[in-house]
Design a protein around this ligand. Structure first.
Ligand code: C2E
Ligand code: MG
Ligand code: MG
Length: 571
């Protein structure tokens, strides 16, 4: 596109490849001097007075590179020529504007008047220094041509809006001139633009873009903001904060598109308000685009605002993902153990424990699994981490057995994503035999919500694990949407009442009844119940009264490092 337009422009130059110069002078000597000086390099046209000149200019308006204009001439003088060229009502006015006029004068006092009249520069008469004259002509043409090229390229976009690079340049220029002005970066997208192209054709797509651009030009002309079509259906605006009400702007754009009766056009905008001027212009608009993307597919909302908090969280998450491999290799991950206590006797006693992962990040400090586990579940890293954790856990069990003669029962957490691993069972089996640990002592915790998803595949994997001899604990029971009836159908040996379920117990009678009911049903089905997240004695007593015999919670112990845990069972 840009290339085409520049080619078009170059085509304007005369066919023999020389640029065209018009010499306007009534004195034949001057015309001859200039002709000799210029004809090697230029195609030279001549005019003997202003009137003659205007005719030539009009005939050659698209090919003329420069006009050398004498001031004092009969019939019509140089000033009158310049006045005619500046006549905005003339149909050729725009083209005239692109042709620079170099005045030839011996009258130094005329300089200011000439500049005001529209001349770009001067050559002094008499023309004693051909080198200077030639250099000045070349320079003037070059300057005018670069301006013209810039004009063409900056608006080379079909819509006539600024192209991306020029947009960034002008936005940066705006900042330089208004360093203290707060500004907003705005990105506007057309929803499902590719569908418009596909359904109605490219032409229709183009006309949607033109229609959009026409509106944004109105906004630009009213507010003085900087507007660009950056690419495809993406438009950028850079404007001082508070210039317009974005809600209204968005509604107006929608209304503007009501004139497109056959095509439903809806836009979404992303706004990064009061940009941080210490970051690059491109980054500011990245943020505006991100903000627009946060509302993608959400048709009730048309504006997304950039939120520093969300952004920082995303950065933090990206950092965790990035650091993961090195962290695993560097031993930053560590297993903690949270004991489970049995309360079926007079004195509570240690029954087993849950292995819980901790990440001791060298610069971010201790990171909770509540933060990185869901993140790693989303991007699949969880499998690598969990496989590592399971092996560590089994290795510890082997060590405890060997060193202290204790076969401690451990629970490990299995993410729902892990259940899709084809080698889940074989991997655990291999490690059990490698470290001489019995399957009876390894429990698998699977979160309740995996059960409620209840896809056949998931359930069959869990059933397979159970048939293989693993004990299955349903973790976080009471937080998902499982029904009590479901308990009879799914593979489960133990349910872990989640702390939120247990907490509510004090608050309502109903909740207490629920817990009693769960206990009854579990007992009937032969499922054991563990209460998790128990923090006080009242709860322990209550749970004991309803027949719950195993408790995990801060009341007895927080998750602790290995040495501390070992101390608990070797005392
Ligand atoms: P979860 O499996 O339900 O683990 C119990 C969580 O409750 C643990 O948090 C534990 O520290 C906390 N907790 C235990 N007793 C109490 C209490 O009395 N009061 C309070 N306020 N909290 C208590 P943690 O260790 O932060 O783990 C959070 C979740 O992260 C776990 O929930 C589990 O879903 C996941 N997770 C932890 N380790 C692993 C792992 O090795 N693999 C996988 N896949 N997930 C893990
Ligand atoms: Mg658990
Ligand atoms: Mg739990």
């Amino acid at each position: 596109m840009i290339g085409d337009m520049i080619d078009d422009y170059n085509r304007f130059f005369s066919s023999n490849g020389k640029r065209e110069v018009l010499v306007v002078d009534d004195e034949v000597v001057n015309r001859e001097i200039l002709g000799n000086m210029l004809s090697r390099e230029f195609n030279v046209l001549y005019a003997v007075n202003g009137k003659d000149a205007l005719r030539e200019i009009r005939d050659h308006k698209s090919t003329l590179s420069i006009i050398l204009l004498d001031l004092k001439m009969p019939v019509m003088d140089g000033f009158e020529v310049m006045e005619a060229l500046r006549d905005v009502d003339d149909e050729d006015h725009e083209e005239f504007e692109d042709i620079p006029v170099l005045v030839m004068t011996s009258d130094e006092g005329a300089e200011v008047t000439c500049l005001e009249a529209g001349a770009i520069d001067f050559i002094n008469k008499p023309l004693n220094h051909p080198d200077v004259v030639l250099a000045r002509i070349r320079k003037t043409i070059e300057l005018k041509e670069s301006i013209k090229t810039i004009k063409l390229t900056e608006r080379a976009d079909m819509t006539g809006l600024l192209t991306k690079n020029f947009f960034y340049t002008y936005a940066a220029q705006f900042d330089r001139h208004h360093p203290d002005t707060h500004t907003d970066a705005i990105a506007i997208n057309i929803n499902n633009f590719h569908l418009i192209n596909e359904l109605y054709g490219r032409k229709a797509g183009d006309s949607v873009l033109m229609h959009m651009a026409a509106y944004l030009k109105e906004v630009r002309d009213k507010t003085g903001c900087i507007v660009s079509r950056v690419e495809g259906d993406l438009f950028f605006m850079y404007m001082p904060t508070g210039t317009v009400d974005y809600g209204m702007l968005s509604e107006e754009i929608d209304a503007h598109f009501d004139k497109f009766p056959d095509i439903a056009v809806r836009i979404r905008s992303g706004i990064y308000r009061d940009v941080d001027k210490s970051i690059e212009m491109e980054r500011r608009f990245d943020r505006a685009v991100q903000a627009a993307n946060t509302i993608k597919g959400d048709y009730g909302v048309s504006i997304g605002y950039y939120d520093a908090e969300t952004h920082n969280r995303k950065l933090y998450e990206a950092r965790l993902i990035n650091d993961f491999d090195d962290a695993l290799a560097a031993g930053e991950f560590q297993l903690y153990f949270q004991p489970k206590y049995n309360i079926d006797k007079e004195e509570p006693y240690l029954a087993s424990a849950e292995a819980l992962i901790r990440w001791k990040h060298p610069s971010l400090g201790m990171i909770s699994p509540g933060i990185f586990i869901p993140l790693f579940e989303k991007n699949g890293l969880i499998k690598k981490l969990d496989f590592w954790i399971w092996r560590e856990a089994i290795k510890y069990m082997g060590e405890w057995k060997e060193k202290y003669g204790k076969e401690i029962t451990l629970s490990i957490n299995i993410s729902r994503v892990d259940l899709y691993s084809h080698n889940l069972v074989s991997y655990i089996d291999e490690n059990l035999s490698r470290y001489g640990v019995s399957k009876d002592n390894l429990y698998l915790e699977i979160t309740e919500s995996a059960y409620t998803e209840n896809t056949d595949q998931l359930m069959s994997v869990v059933r397979k694990l159970q048939e293989d001899g693993f004990r299955i604990e349903m973790d976080d029971f009471g937080t998902g949407y499982s029904s009590l009836a479901m308990l009879a159908q799914v593979p489960v040996d133990i349910i872990k009442l989640d702390m939120r379920f247990v907490e509510g117990m004090h608050e309502s009678d109903k909740q207490e009844k629920m817990i009693r009911l769960v206990m009854d049903i579990a007992q009937y089905l032969g499922i054991r119940v563990i209460a998790e997240g128990v923090e006080d004695k009242d709860t322990v007593d209550f749970l004991k009264s309803v027949g719950c015999t195993t408790i995990q919670g801060f009341y007895f112990s927080r998750p602790i490092p290995e040495e501390e845990f070992v101390a608990k069972f070797t005392d």
